[in-house]
Design a protein around this ligand. Structure first.
Ligand SMILES: CC(C)(COP(=O)(O)OP(=O)(O)OC[C@H]1O[C@@H](n2cnc3c(N)ncnc32)[C@H](O)[C@@H]1OP(=O)(O)O)[C@@H](O)C(=O)NCCC(=O)NCCS
Length: 438
């Protein structure tokens, strides 16, 4: 494949993700380390790209290393108890300086727009503000945390209002109390609270390293929140830069954020690879298993059509109109993977419950060969049994052997029940296959 074809192919392959992510809310959290890194402007370019693709973006930045540098400059030592900073009056001054400086630097980068740069023409607008109300953490084990606080409330209406204007919302890890005090907060906690209050589709942590399987040293691609908890229990030595996002992921999965990604920010283009390629490069943590087989709803129409249209063009599937699928949507099941429809199958039963027809079986080419077709097929067979259907039919041009290997026998048009015979298209010349369900 030459470079031109590769580009066209790559761009086309990312289109389902572009459609799937449009108008969705993503909260992206990154530490102060990311801001200090030489390649931070690459991340900023990617944020701008996500914004221009219609993703509603909330950025939450950290400031831990920036606070430490300021404390050192004042010859003050950072004080922690139970891994949490104690923010006394001197430390609070450092927090304010660090938060202000980092916020302004990020705003400046998001405002870039030089011709011939990735930000040219982006015209991005950033909104920062008093979106986080905080309260003091108080005294724990006799230790007064002073100005270290925790999130009390998120002004989700205010944030939504900004997102509706297509503005990128930038939030610092500080919060204000109704009495006008300032509190130093954990960026991970702020990001989690914001994602939960907005019911964000995704919460993304740009972490300092990949989450590796200790046995294989290979990145862990997906985990349920229970598995993430088990990982933390079994690896108490995990660095904070990994453990904090994981804890936040577990908390937010329990509170309605369905997808939390932990992505190694040191990989160039990490965010784009994770969001626009089929396997991603980070770890996806979800409350439910990552891939689910479920009955289709009308909301899946677009995804089903996107999946089957190329197969129709190749003659592997008979052409179906949107209206036909819409009318028969209750016959369909879909395989959904991270918000994308990667498989579908319809089981049409006749009115008197004698026979069924399997139709529109499709698995996205990127995911074929992983027993997904088999899974949907078994589901259809079970349903056929529940419905007491005696026989299952399928009409196939190029996949007859797949069905024969699963117990179907070659049959003929004459054996088709009348309603199916009426639908038979001689121009397609499909093979007729039949299977007894008992
Ligand atoms: C047919 C299809 C649904 C199978 O999905 P899948 O998830 O890849 O299937 P599974 O992983 O369960 O099964 C894979 C096995 O089927 C075989 N297989 C795939 N397509 C086949 C075909 N057209 N004919 C015969 N066998 C086939 C594979 O070689 C593999 O077997 P192997 O491991 O022994 O080599 C998928 O290939 C597809 O979407 N094809 C295009 C649409 C289509 O033809 N639909 C059927 C309309 S009647």
């Amino acid at each position: 494949m030459d470079q031109q074809d590769a580009f066209v192919n790559w761009f086309r392959n990312s289109s389902p993700y572009i459609h799937a992510h449009r108008n969705k809310t993503f909260v992206i959290s990154f530490g102060g380390e990311a801001v200090l890194a030489d390649d931070f402007d690459h991340h900023v370019h990617d944020f701008a790209l996500l914004n221009s693709l219609g993703i509603r973006l909330v950025l939450v930045h950290g400031i831990r290393p920036q606070i430490d540098v300021r404390l050192q400059e004042l010859n003050l030592s950072a004080r922690f108890y139970r891994n949490l900073r104690i923010t006394d009056v001197a430390a609070l001054q450092c927090v304010k300086e660090a938060a202000g400086t980092v916020r302004v630097e990020i705003e400046a980068l998001l405002s870039m727009g030089l011709a011939n740069s990735p930000m040219a023409g982006s015209g991005l607008r950033v909104a920062s503000g008093n979106f986080v109300t905080a309260k003091p953490l108080g005294v724990i084990d006799g230790i007064d945390y002073c100005h270290t606080g925790e999130v009390r409330r998120i002004d989700s209406t205010g944030i939504q209002h900004q997102l509706e204007q297509k503005n990128v919302v930038l939030i610092s890890p500080v919060g204000y109390s109704p009495s006008g005090e300032i509190f130093n907060l954990s960026a991970e906690q702020v990001a989690t609270s914001v994602a939960m209050s907005l019911k964000a589709e995704k919460l993304i942590f740009l972490s300092e390293q990949s989450l590796l399987n200790p046995e294989t040293a290979q990145p862990i691609r997906q985990m349920t929140s229970q598995e993430a908890q088990l990982f933390l229990d079994n690896h108490p030595e995990s660095p904070d830069t990994l453990a904090l996002p994981l804890k936040a992921a577990i908390q937010s999965c329990g509170a309605g954020v369905n997808r939390v990604h932990v992505i190694d920010r040191t990989i160039d283009g990490a965010l784009l690879l994770e969001l626009f390629s089929h396997d991603g490069i980070g770890t996806l943590i979800s409350s439910t298993p990552f891939e689910a087989l479920r009955p289709a709803t009308l909301n899946d129409l677009g995804g089903i059509l996107e999946l089957i249209k190329p197969l129709e063009h190749q003659g592997k599937l008979a052409k179906r109109s949107r209206e036909k699928i819409e009318m028969e949507i209750s016959d369909y099941v879909v395989l959904e993977r991270d918000g994308l429809i990667i498989g579908c199958l319809a089981l049409h039963a006749d009115e008197v419950g004698q026979f069924g027809a399997i139709a529109c079986l499709a698995v996205h080419p990127d995911y074929q060969g992983g027993a997904r077709g088999q899974r949907m097929f078994e589901h259809a067979c079970q349903k056929a049994k529940q419905l007491n259907l005696k026989k299952l039919f399928v009409l196939s041009t190029q996949t007859a052997h797949w069905f024969i290997e699963r117990g179907f026998q070659p049959s003929s048009i004459d054996n088709l029940p009348e309603p199916l015979k009426a639908l038979y298209n001689p121009a397609r010349n499909s093979k007729v296959l039949c299977k007894l369900t008992a």
